[in-house]
Design a protein. Structure first.
Length: 418
């Protein structure tokens, strides 16, 4: 059992490097031991680095050959177990080169070769496909499009593959340097943070990765500087004068190594951001720093950038009026009115669709006052009246004015078509 609080000593021993490999006993760990001599400390660090290198694979897969038995007669169950065990052992040994090629410690060269191979394949096949299609359709431009696709694919696979390999090398180096600090709590804390953020790294872009990397660099410098003071004090509290000098050694070692780890983490995060921004399967993943500029009306007029209009335009494409050109909007605190060139959509603060009206169905609009409440009345076909109530007169009048502008725009557009 390797889960739960009872297994914490096992995990600590593995992290420390207290492994036992002995005469027919297999692989085990020494619990509760202390590396008291320099030789044992170095030996423990070497074991920890070795185990970390062996266990870290990226994109590795095991392909075990199936086995079929026909008219098989066995005199004992042990004979069948031996046969199956020998078969799957041989199949596993056949996967060893692929596993070694997927090790993060060597930069996953198998993954790099796979990316480069896919890029070269597209670089050759896409122009050929475009050339054939161009002959069939008598369109020479298709060859140029195929050449552009193939070149882009080669560039994406090359950049993404090398960024991934170098990031794995840097990440492995940083993990091993964390062991060299001789600060077990620091190494365990760093491993815990890396595990928590592993899923986030799959979707981060370059800017997010740089921000995370700079934060790790700052944390590494702070950990190194504070360790010079904290380690001797804790060592003295624990073991007196001997602990004090050990703490001084650990503090000075951390002062040198921890900022280097932070720098390596910065490099790793930046490369992960580059890899994620290059979508190997379909081009560059462009992650905008700000929402896309709003284009207004059927003519898609460009105006000075307004963040609120950009957000409203993006929101309109997530609801029933998606695909319709953006016109304007009105933020009413607890609701928002989105105007496309064809319809009015009113959303609640939670994004629920409250009202949807086409301009063609609207005939007139008025603002009425009832007991200090301002009501916008929209008169539609078949004597239907839609009402929206507001506490502030300014909001009601502004909404009525924007609806009138939208109706005028729709009417002028219909007249232009006629």
């Amino acid at each position: 059992e390797f889960e739960g609080p009872d297994a914490s000593a096992i995990h600590a021993a593995v992290r420390k490097g207290d492994l036992l490999i002995g005469n027919g006993t297999g692989l085990g760990v020494k619990l509760g031991s202390k590396n008291k001599t320099l030789g044992l400390v170095v030996q423990g660090m070497f074991k920890s680095v070795l185990v970390d290198a062996i266990l870290r694979c990226d994109g590795a897969s095991l392909n075990l050959q199936g086995v079929g038995l026909y008219n098989y007669t066995s005199t004992s169950r042990a004979q069948l177990k031996t046969y199956l065990g020998a078969h799957y052992l041989a199949s596993f040994i056949g996967n060893v080169p692929a596993l070694i090629g997927s090790l993060s410690a060597v930069g996953n060269p198998l993954g790099l070769m796979r990316n480069l191979g896919d890029g070269v394949s597209d670089f050759v096949s896409e122009p050929v496909r475009g050339f054939k299609q161009g002959i069939e359709e008598m369109n020479p431009g298709l060859f140029a499009e195929g050449l552009a696709r193939g070149t882009g694919s080669l560039a994406r696979h090359t950049v993404g593959g090398f960024a991934d390999s170098v990031a794995l090398l840097a990440q492995t180096a940083a993990s091993n340097m964390a062991v060299l600090t001789l600060d077990r709590k620091y190494a365990q804390k760093r491993d815990r943070i890396m595990r928590l953020k592993r899923k986030e790294k799959e979707t981060t872009n370059v800017l997010d990765s740089l921000e995370s990397g700079v934060q790790k660099l700052i944390n590494g410098v702070l950990e190194g500087v504070t360790g010079v003071v904290v380690k001797p004090i804790k060592g003295a509290e624990r073991s007196g004068l001997e602990g004090f000098f050990k703490g001084v050694g650990k503090g000075l070692l951390g002062l040198v190594v921890k900022p280097v780890i932070g720098t390596t983490d910065l490099l790793t995060e930046a490369l992960i951001g580059v890899k994620n921004s290059v979508n190997v399967d379909g081009g560059f993943v462009l992650v905008p720093v700000r929402p896309r500029r709003a284009l207004y009306g059927d003519e898609r007029v460009t105006k000075s950038y307004k963040l609120e209009d950009a957000i409203a335009s993006a929101a309109s494409q997530q609801h029933v009026i998606r695909g319709e050109d953006y016109l304007t909007h009105l933020d009413m605190t607890d609701r928002v009115a989105l105007f496309s060139v064809k319809r009015l959509l009113v959303l609640s603060s939670s994004g629920e669709e409250l009202l949807l009206l086409s301009y063609e169905s609207m005939n007139n609009i008025k603002v009425a006052t009832v007991d200090s409440t301002y009501i916008v009345k929209i008169y539609c076909d078949e004597n239907v009246v839609e009402e929206m109530s507001f506490d502030e007169e300014k909001t009601a009048i502004t909404l009525a004015a924007k609806i009138s502008e939208a109706l005028y725009y729709a009417k002028k557009k219909r007249a232009g078509r006629n």
